[in-house]
Design a protein around this ligand. Structure first.
Ligand SMILES: [Zn+2]
Ligand SMILES: [Zn+2]
Length: 257
């Protein structure tokens, strides 16, 4: 439920058709193409998805791969900071799967993507991570129309060498506040497998999610190229089951408590 293709600015090796072929090859019944809709200009060449062209490409794939359910979607970057742009992209067509994500936060007045934290000299890393969670809470608290909260602990993918290891418990208050807000707004928690390398979030947070009343979980590999589609799902599904969510009968459906 979280795949990027050539329609995302940061996926030069992305390929929608080959991602469909890959899904069929590994037995995935469905996938959602959730291209980046980013407006915070942090990286060179960053731009929002050409939604009209993208929807055309999805239609071509639906015609070609009849046995595969292909969902449309976008990954909104910091939508609460860009409400007008968000409304514009969502007005193009009703989309099946809309993700809300924080990638970038403001530090000393400068917008910085958490993937670049390690390059910023003298950064107070735990404080930056707390700031990341503050921004995530602001997004989830907002009335922006996304159903699924993507990669809640994204900075841990880019943990700084030499820093003390990431422990959910160190940020428990911040994470629980985000989860509680997501419960109130009926949102879905994504378990992002980071292309097979790391579960984002892991079981501690999924257990908190259940404890706080979270209803549903979705799975996304965040693939940026075809061979990463569905990567890490064996581990992720076992973990989510161990945290108390049940596999859905319909393979398209979310997993619920
Ligand atoms: Zn993302
Ligand atoms: Zn993504």
């Amino acid at each position: 439920m979280h795949v990027h293709t050539e329609w995302s600015w940061d996926a030069p090796r992305g390929h929608m058709e080959r991602s469909c072929e890959r899904a069929i090859e590994i037995g995935l019944p469905a996938l959602a193409f959730t291209e980046h809709a980013d407006w915070a200009l942090v990286h060179e060449g960053q731009h929002s998805v050409d939604i009209v062209g993208y929807l055309d490409a999805v239609e071509r794939c639906r015609a070609k791969f009849k046995g595969l359910r292909i969902l449309t979607g976008v990954e909104l970057g910091e939508p609460h900071l860009f409400p007008r742009e968000t409304a514009e992209v969502l007005a193009a067509a009703p989309l099946d799967h809309v993700l809300g994500s924080i990638h970038s936060i403001r530090i000393d007045g400068e917008l910085i993507d958490a993937s670049q934290f390690r390059k910023k000299e003298g950064l107070d890393f735990p404080n930056a991570v707390r700031e990341y969670f503050r921004e995530t809470l602001a997004m989830v608290d907002s009335d922006q129309p996304f159903e699924t909260l993507a990669h809640i602990d994204y900075p841990k993918r880019y943990w700084v060498d030499g820093a003390a290891p990431y422990r959910e418990e160190d940020y428990e208050e911040e994470i629980r506040a985000i989860l509680a807000s997501a419960v109130r707004s009926g949102r879905v928690l994504e378990v992002n497998t980071t292309r097979g390398s790391i579960l984002c979030p892991d079981i501690t947070v999924v257990r908190w999610w259940r404890e706080l009343g979270g209803q549903a979980v979705s799975f996304g590999a965040d693939a940026h190229q075809p061979d990463k589609v569905g990567e890490g799902f064996d581990l992720a599904t076992q973990m989510v089951q161990a945290a108390g969510f049940k596999p859905a009968k319909d393979p398209m459906a979310l997993w619920r408590r």
